[in-house]
Design a protein. Structure first.
Lengths: 304, 327
């Protein structure tokens, strides 16, 4: 880090006139034949890679195929019958409702607890602030899968197995380390002067949190909420271990118990179900990543 | 743990503070301007952390502590261990180290980690990031969108998608047939390769995004300087870009490792650990032992082994990271 900038300055300064013209040219035109060949090569490689990544997912088109099979192809006779066949209360609507309740609840709890925890961590120099943050950071890396057996053991002791509340609270706790960390960094970006103005006008800490900080941090908080929701929505293992009754299972587990446990798969309905279960989170994710820019969508990485 | 003592202190301060909660914030605001950290009412300030701390303690700290305790007992879902759990010393660890299934699961986990996490996702992610660098926005959007799409797909769905793709009648075999190449029942003939491919497909986007972001931070001056000195595009990547990316690579590898060793769903949906345990990694072994066979104690011991594998790799990355920081 320290070695980088001085070296860069030292070598770059003499060639500045050349260097300033170059980045603009390189991005849009191809100056030399060798570079043109390189660009063709790069684009060919990118196209191949993109095709390779798209290929497996193309099978999801089987959802619209009357004669659905394991192989990906354009439906010869497009149909919506597979969607109709899975759209029953027992298969689709109750599990989706459970997903919404478990994952939405987890998102709400995570956001609320993250706001409360991040506020003092961001605003005050707490004695245990740093150790707490490091513990949280450490917990971010903890493999959730590895603690599911002990969690099941604990839940069975206190009678919380097969309870949607239990699964919801666990998923909320699982989202917390990331949530606290992200919320704190959003709050760090809100100038404390705004709050001081509120305090000067006689606002309490609770009022300044609710009226000043939360509205300003709302975009960031919605990111935390949506991410918790999306991650929980896609989580299979936690509800798979903690819930048992069919009527309490979220869609993530229902799709497995409905399709995965038989020898031969019913491809059409499976693909239809997969699309219905996946689409909400993909749309939510797309909305948030567009909003976040930078590291999560690729549009912001154009600076180089 | 730090927050434990913090709460204890918090409870005492709360009693003092309760008499004048209204004036507290104003004092807090005023005190902040005067001097940091010396303002009154630290107890009140810690209070809001409590819900998060309680959730984390109950659902993270407690299970971790319980893991360590249970691995020395015969806790079980049924039978004698369920009725009255007793201390069995190192018996679970002895079994772990002599159990051929556990040895194979550890090896398979390492193969899965190296194949899909370290080689697959990192190499592909870096390649994609390098190739997309400086390309037109629509190229980046299309290619990036496809790769990220695989990442956003829920794990169960990814499992089904790949199960269909590698099925005997699936897309891959149809393509191989068209090319005249030999076909395979991939899921049964090469189960570990099948899940490695699937996990690489699913996880590459994360590495790609991390490396894309890091690449955009590499100063253009340095690359220009190297070019002026006669370095070709590959030379610039090798001698300028990659050395600067070392820290990002180490940090990304760390996260990818922690993520990869705990993959359960993808493997479970695709092969359920079979055939005959040939794709049973540690998470699947843990699940089978603890929740299928009811041997919670041995399952948690396997979980500890899983944590140990993750910690081992983390330590290696942190070591490779450190010299850079010192310099």
């Amino acid at each position: 880090m320290t070695a980088r900038s001085p070296a860069g300055r030292r070598t770059a300064r003499p060639v500045r006139p050349v260097g300033t013209a170059r980045p603009a040219r390189r991005a849009w035109t191809v100056a030399a034949p060798r570079r043109a060949a390189a660009a063709v090569l790069v684009h060919t490689l990118l196209a191949l890679l993109a095709a390779a990544f798209a290929l497996p997912a193309l099978w999801l088109l089987a959802a619209f195929d009357a004669d659905a099979s394991a192989r990906a192809r354009l439906p010869a006779e497009p149909t919506l019958e597979h969607f109709a066949s899975v759209a029953t209360a027992d298969t689709l609507f109750v599990p989706l409702g459970n997903s919404l309740w478990i994952c939405g609840g987890a998102a709400v709890v995570t956001v609320a607890a993250s706001v409360l925890a991040a506020y003092p961590l961001s605003r005050f120099q707490l004695r245990f602030g740093r150790p707490f943050l490091y513990t949280v950071l450490f917990a971010t890396g903890l493999p959730i899968t590895a603690i599911m057996v002990p969690v099941y053991g604990l839940f069975s002791r206190v009678g919380m197995v097969d309870s949607r509340w239990g699964a919801m609270l666990f998923l909320a706790a699982a989202g917390l380390p990331f949530g606290i960390w992200l919320t704190k960094s959003f709050m760090d970006g809100i100038p404390v002067e705004l709050e001081e103005a509120a305090w000067a006008d006689g606002a309490s800490a609770r009022q300044s949190l609710l009226r000043v900080v939360v509205p300003l941090a709302l975009p960031g908080l919605s990111v935390v909420g949506v991410f918790t929701l999306v991650l929980a929505w896609g989580n299979f293992f936690v509800p798979f271990v903690l819930l048992q009754s069919p009527e309490r299972l979220p869609a993530a587990v229902r799709i497995y118990t409905f399709f995965g446990q038989y020898g031969s798969m019913d491809y059409g309905p499976l693909a239809a179900y997969a699309l219905l279960y996946t689409l909400p989170v993909v749309l939510l994710y797309a909305a948030v990543s567009r909003f976040l820019g930078g590291g999560f969508s690729l549009g912001g990485a154009m600076k180089g | 743990m730090g927050e434990d003592t913090g709460e204890g202190g918090g409870r005492q301060e709360r009693r003092v503070q309760r008499t004048a909660p209204r004036s507290g914030p104003n004092e807090g605001g005023g005190g902040r301007r005067v001097g940091k950290g010396t303002t009154p009412a630290p107890g009140v300030r810690v209070l809001p952390v409590l819900p998060a701390a309680v959730l984390l303690l109950a659902f993270f700290a407690a299970p971790v502590v319980w893991t360590v305790w249970a691995s020395f007992t015969d806790a079980a879902l049924t039978g004698a261990g369920a009725a009255r759990t007793s201390f069995v010393g190192l018996a679970n660890f002895e079994r772990l180290f002599t159990d051929p299934d556990a040895l194979r699961a550890t090896l398979l986990t390492a193969v899965f980690l190296i194949g899909s996490g370290i080689v697959g996702q990192t190499v592909l992610g870096m390649l994609l990031a390098l190739l997309m660098q400086g390309r037109r926005p629509w190229v980046r959007t299309v290619v990036g969108g496809i790769v990220v799409g695989a990442w956003v797909l829920p794990e169960v769905v990814a499992g089904f998608v790949w199960a269909a793709f590698l099925e005997r009648e699936g897309t891959l075999n149809r393509m191989l047939e068209a090319l005249g190449a030999p076909q395979q029942a991939w899921l049964t003939a090469l189960p570990i390769l099948a899940v490695i491919l699937a996990n690489t497909w699913k996880g590459t986007a994360f590495s790609m995004m991390a490396y894309s972001a890091a690449l955009s931070e590499v100063p253009t001056d340095l690359k220009d300087a190297a070019r002026v000195d006669g370095a070709g595009p590959l030379g610039v990547v090798r001698h300028v870009v990659l050395p600067l990316l070392r820290r990002t690579v180490a940090a990304t590898l760390l996260l990818v490792t922690l993520q990869t060793v705990q993959v359960f769903t993808l493997i479970y949906v695709m092969t359920a650990g079979g055939p005959a345990g040939r794709s049973t990694t540690l998470p699947l072994l843990m699940y089978t032992e603890a929740l299928r066979l009811g041997d919670i104690a041995y399952g948690t011991t396997v979980a500890l082994a899983l944590l140990a594998v993750a910690a081992l790799f983390s330590a290696v990355y942190l070591r490779t990271l450190r010299p850079e920081e010192v310099r």
